[in-house]
Design a protein around this ligand. Structure first.
Ligand SMILES: C[S@@+](CC[C@H](N)C(=O)[O-])C[C@H]1O[C@@H](n2cnc3c(N)ncnc32)[C@H](O)[C@@H]1O
Length: 300
């Protein structure tokens, strides 16, 4: 990959503060990797921001698991700073010291439309520090199930766009592991995750498959792509979801079918469906059960 370059108008002070530039204005190996990742991600996010900006109204981006808020600061510097409609970025982070640091840095740089909240993703849903609806939600390597909470947040806040680079999610793999013995005796498909390393990898892959189906069930168009080359990061799956139409039954059914196929029905609430589609799926599952059971009232 080519060397990343500092762009015209970019804040040198910010790049130094993020350790992307050394104190004497140079780059080091680690920061170069981070800058490449952020620029690469910006390429995917910029067209979405442009669509929101083209509406001519202010808009809101919420970044979950913000950490040092590399992403938020870079987005603000490259796009939000000069955007006429004065859009706002909110960073959500559980580590108080990082929230303090990012607040201080935003103040120092005069990035007045950046706000940082000491909240978990789950708690941010009910927080009055955040607006009732938001336009775009990002979650970059938000740990474990924080990505799932970010999806729930985005769905609840009717976000137009959702951009996720998931971290390793342990919950699905842990459930597969716990149920493995009974699943092995029942179903040959369990061979896919019988070995511990496969349980972890398949669990991680399956998690993202279920997340995509959940987003589609809620009416989003989903694109899954690679964020950066393998040499930079193992966690490189980028999921971009765009709200299109109303909830979709087919995706809702598929999600439930996948959960059933791998014996994870108990995880249905993690990958929750829109209420009306949930009811329809449950109705069709009951019908299928009755038919399979030979209930005479269903078959002619
Ligand atoms: C791996 S870091 C990623 C930081 C940043 N998004 C990035 O890519 O540079 C994950 C961050 O998410 C925060 N985090 C983890 N679980 C969270 C949760 N449930 N709610 C809010 N923040 C969370 C952690 O404290 C950590 O700062």
């Amino acid at each position: 990959m080519a060397e990343p370059e500092i762009r015209a108008g970019q804040s040198i002070e910010l790049l130094k503060a993020l350790h992307i530039l050394t104190r004497d204005g140079k780059m080091n190996q680690d920061s170069r990797r981070k800058l490449k990742q952020v620029y690469h991600l910006f390429q995917f996010i910029e067209p979405l921001l442009r669509q929101l900006a083209d509406d001519g109204q202010s808009f809101t981006l919420v970044d979950h698991g913000a950490g040092k808020s590399y992403l938020g600061f870079i987005l603000y510097d490259l796009f939000f700073k000069d955007c006429a409609s004065a859009p706002v970025i909110h960073g959500i982070e559980t580590r108080a010291e990082l929230v303090e640091r990012t607040r201080a840095l935003a103040g120092q740089l005069g990035f007045s439309r950046m706000q940082f909240h000491h909240l978990s993703v789950a708690d941010s849903m009910a927080s009055d520090q955040l607006p009732a609806t938001v336009d775009i939600v990002t979650a970059l390597h938000a740990c474990d199930t924080a990505t799932d909470d970010a999806i729930s947040f985005a769905l609840q806040k009717q976000a137009r766009f959702i951009v996720l680079v998931p971290c390793c999610q342990a919950e699905v793999a842990a459930t597969l592991r716990r149920l493995k013995a009974q699943s092995l005796s029942r179903d040959v498909i369990t061979e896919i995750w019988r070995h511990p390393i496969h349980t972890r990898e398949f669990g991680s892959h399956l998690t993202n498959v279920l997340r995509c189906l959940q987003l589609e069930a809620h009416g989003y168009q989903v694109n899954v792509t690679e964020l950066v080359g393998w040499e930079h990061s193992m966690k490189n799956e980028l999921i971009v979801a765009t709200r299109k139409e109303g909830p979709r039954l087919k995706a809702a059914q598929r999600l439930r079918e996948v959960l059933t196929a791998v014996g994870l029905q108990e995880m249905a609430s993690r990958f929750w469906l829109p209420a009306d589609k949930e009811a329809e799926v449950v109705g069709s599952e009951n019908l299928a059960r009755q038919v399979a059971g030979g209930d005479g009232s269903i078959l002619p």
